[in-house]
Design a protein around this ligand. Sequence first.
Ligand SMILES: [Zn+2]
Ligand SMILES: [Zn+2]
Length: 258
Amino acid sequence: MILTADYHTHTPYSHGKNTVEENAEQAQKLGLKQLGISDHGFSHVAFGVRRRQIQDYRRDCKIASEKYGLDVLVGIEANIRGVDGKADLKPSDYENFDIYFCGKHVFVWYSKFSDFLGYGCGNFWFDKFGKKPSEKLLHRNTKAYVNTIKNNPIDAITHLNYLCPANALEVAKCASDYGTYIELNAKKCHLTDDELCEIVQKTDARFLINSDAHSAKRVGEIQLVEEQLTRVNFPLERIDNIDGRLPKFRFAEFKKSL
Ligand SMILES: [Zn+2]
Ligand SMILES: [Zn+2]
């Protein structure tokens, strides 16, 4: 299995260590065709890229593309902001980005106070002290994922189930219906082997493998995912950024239709 592209990498625009150019240099060394710079979204309290930085962010991606001869896509890893599926980008932001990813993070400006309490604090408490998620928490989290996919032209859900245990099968069914990818995140496997097998068997969901690199040396590093895929005998044809394949991104298609 050879990685064609890595779409989830961070830079100091959020809390990555190396610059856009340094990530691109590493991507070029690895022979990747595309690289995504997807720093944290605006509603991340501490690390979100700021709207006033976007023109610099775009310029850095363009310079790195030209210097290293690969497509450096301007991305964002937006935040799920609550159960109603609000995410970071407004339609007026769309023109500034090539790819639009979304995931659950802590320290986010939630959509409503009830989301801060139920979705934010509920998951934070579970992450620190919980053992088995309650039905109520699972239901709320699943709804947040599903509504985010339905209400925004999201290309991929990042690290599904991280900080936010949900019914992964239901989320994957929705993702498949809407053309949103499920990310297999190489920093940590957040889907169990059983969850992954069930998604493959019972849905048509498609997948991307990403490093979630916060430093240039980790760009393209996917060993942890490879180990899981081997363990579960995963059908590699379901992954759209390996072995020469490039994904068909929902966000780009959506923007063409505007
Ligand atoms: Zn993330
Ligand atoms: Zn990330």
